[in-house]
Design a protein around this ligand. Structure first.
Ligand SMILES: NC(=O)c1ccc[n+]([C@@H]2O[C@H](COP(=O)([O-])OP(=O)(O)OC[C@H]3O[C@@H](n4cnc5c(N)ncnc54)[C@H](OP(=O)(O)O)[C@@H]3O)[C@@H](O)[C@H]2O)c1
Length: 297
């Protein structure tokens, strides 16, 4: 398949490209830094410097939309919120306009979303039928999903990737946590009772491939392992995998002072369940956190 990927140079995209190349597909990555594409994504990956380069005669068999400015690494000032919005919602609207203009439309679009769609879920078990939550992250995900769903009217099969924090050696949440945990400075966040969904990167990629191939699948998918844990349990399990203590607590007030509104992403949680993937008999390589972390650290 000829596959266009936005955000293909990111944590998920790089791994996805390698898997697609190994399976004989032809990925093209849209990147603001096209020279970095073969280096980050693999020598056989084509680069597209602008979506303008997607001229109407250039046909793709699928589009995977993963672009987005990093969401947890800075305070959410008004300007930062706009950047987060533009790099997801505005970019997706633009992408769908290109799909509408394409002579040969891609039959399938996989488009990003996140566990933040559900807002603060408390202890509720959240499957794909649960409603959207409130707050900036939820509003962003709703608008991002709606922008992608506009492609359905063009006859494109749209799958929405409601992604849990992705566990990988190469970046993301785990890479950020490793140093303090290795130094024995691991800490639960706030009271540690908030639920944390998570997914091993290998399972995330396998779920995307399944969504690409299976033309019965459409709509939102919770891309998470079937066993979410509380933040306290995550802290304990990671510390155990590293054979280190994690005796500390990062107080909620301190996180809010340091991070402002974006601290909600750490202090609130979602107990998200991959019901539709399970109903499709997807087999997780890493359903339990201890095994996933043993594999990765
Ligand atoms: N990783 C996770 O735990 C996780 C969890 C939930 C949801 N997600 C979502 O899944 C998607 C992929 O995640 P990831 O971890 O692979 O992200 P990532 O490593 O931060 O990479 C995102 C990519 O998006 C592109 N990008 C960033 N800002 C952009 C902008 N202003 N305009 C156009 N492109 C821009 C960048 O590509 P270039 O620099 O090459 O242009 C970057 O490589 C993201 O949208 C993220 O929100 C990820």
């Amino acid at each position: 398949m000829r596959i266009l990927i936005t955000g293909g140079t990111g944590l998920i995209g790089r791994r996805l490209c390698k898997t697609l190349l190994a399976e004989g597909h032809e990925p093209t990555v849209f990147s603001r830094n096209p020279a970095s594409v073969p280096v980050k994504c693999g020598a056989g990956v084509q680069a597209l410097a602008s979506l303008d380069g997607w001229h109407p005669a250039l046909g793709f068999d699928a589009v995977i939309n993963l672009a987005g400015e990093p969401i947890v690494d800075r305070r959410w000032t008004a300007q930062r919120k706009q950047e987060l919005w533009d790099s997801r919602v505005t970019l997706t609207e633009d992408l769908v306009r290109r799909i509408a203009a394409a002579e040969r439309k891609p039959p399938v679009l996989l488009s990003g979303s996140a566990v933040g769609y559900y807002g603060n879920g408390g202890d509720l078990m959240l499957d794909e039928a649960a409603g959207a939550g409130t707050g900036f992250a939820a509003e962003l995900c709703v608008a991002w999903e709606n922008a992608a769903r506009a492609a359905e009217k063009l006859g494109v099969r749209v799958c929405l990737l409601r992604t849990a924090p992705v566990l990988s050696r190469d970046g993301g949440i785990l890479a950020r946590m490793l140093l303090p945990f290795k130094l024995g400075l691991g800490a639960k966040l706030g009271n540690g009772k908030q639920w944390m969904s998570w997914v091993h990167i290998e399972d995330h990629i396998a779920m995307q491939l399944r969504l690409l191939r299976d033309d019965q699948m459409h709509g939102p998918y919770n891309l998470a392992a079937p066993n979410p844990v509380t933040n306290a349990e995550f802290t304990k399990t990671l510390a155990a995998a590293l054979h280190r203590p994690a005796p500390f607590t990062a107080p909620a007030a301190l996180l809010k002072f340091a991070m402002g509104e974006s601290a909600d992403m750490l202090l609130e949680g979602q107990r998200m369940l991959p019901r539709k993937m399970e109903a499709a008999h997807f087999r997780f390589a890493f359903p339990a956190l201890a095994e996933a972390l043993r594999d990765l650290v």
